[in-house]
Design a protein around this ligand. Structure first.
Ligand code: GLP
Length: 256
């Protein structure tokens, strides 16, 4: 049974839902996204990659196949992409989104946006990407994961709330964590294009999904310490409508 939780210690406006396990947490987030799409069929979704949202995308595909939701009028913007990987590269986030979600639902491919890892001028492309989000009317519902060091998208420690979509350098710990998706750590790109913290904070609603003990410290610091550039996810406290959906392991360090 999902438990809405109230935080003690640090006053953070985020809603916190603690689910029994990762399966329940993923299903909870899928239900929230499907409900949002049914409430506004032309919704603009912000989407995330990484291992954590995979089960949520599988739940959404299941609901689509069951006729519970349609995506034909939906627009989506992904958070980030590795520089140097084209969209057909199996480790690119574009490829991940195609194989985990887009290829299995009725979303119009022209309405799915992922930063171009193969762009000849990544910095200019990042500015264009920001303009495309604005041209779509901004993001209604942004799905986020969280890195072990508290990064959101590829906004690594040191990122300020004023940041926009840009080229960033990845930290050694993020490269090491993401190496599990590559043949070797040497193949992990060192730079990426990412939405900024400021870009993310402009979304109307934010849903952060975190599961597993490995995320417990980042979650605690994001929700129960004063916001700082050390923990980029802590800047979410500035947003009026954030929900953290956690499994019990990811919530294990919270003082509730
Ligand atoms: C990557 C992505 C983030 C994601 C994070 C955690 O660095 N850029 O958007 O939240 O990894 O991923 P995982 O869910 O695999 O732990």
């Amino acid at each position: 049974m999902n438990k809405p939780a109230s935080l003690s210690a640090h006053a953070h406006s985020a809603k916190v839902i603690v689910c029994r396990d990762a399966t329940a947490a993923s299903r909870t987030v899928a239900n929230m996204i499907v409900a949002a799409v049914n409430a506004k069929p032309s919704i603009v979704l912000g989407l995330a990659t990484g291992g954590t949202p995979t089960a949520t995308y599988a739940n959404i595909v299941e609901d689509f196949r069951a006729g519970k939701v349609q995506f034909k009028d939906v627009t989506s913007f992904n958070l980030d992409e590795y520089i140097g990987l084209s969209g057909t590269h199996p480790q690119s986030f574009r490829y991940f989104m195609q194989s985990e979600l887009f290829d299995h639902i009725d979303i119009d491919p022209n309405n799915t946006f992922v930063p171009e890892g193969g762009a000849s001028d990544p910095a200019s492309h990042a500015i264009q990407y920001e303009a495309q989000i604005a041209a779509a009317g901004g993001i209604d519902l942004q799905l986020l994961g969280i890195g072990h060091n508290g990064h959101i998208a590829f906004n690594e420690p040191g990122s300020l709330p004023s940041t926009r979509t840009r080229v960033v350098e990845l930290t050694p710990s993020t490269i090491e964590k993401n190496a599990r998706f590559f043949a070797s750590v040497d193949e992990v790109p060192k730079t990426a294009i990412t939405m900024g913290i400021g870009t993310i904070l402009e979304a109307k609603q934010i849903l952060l999904l975190a599961t597993g003990k490995g995320k417990a410290e980042a979650v605690r610091r994001s929700l129960q310490e004063a916001a700082s550039e050390e923990v980029p996810a802590s800047w979410l406290e500035q947003h009026p409508d954030v929900t953290f959906v956690l499994d019990e392991d990811a919530a294990s360090e919270l003082s509730l």
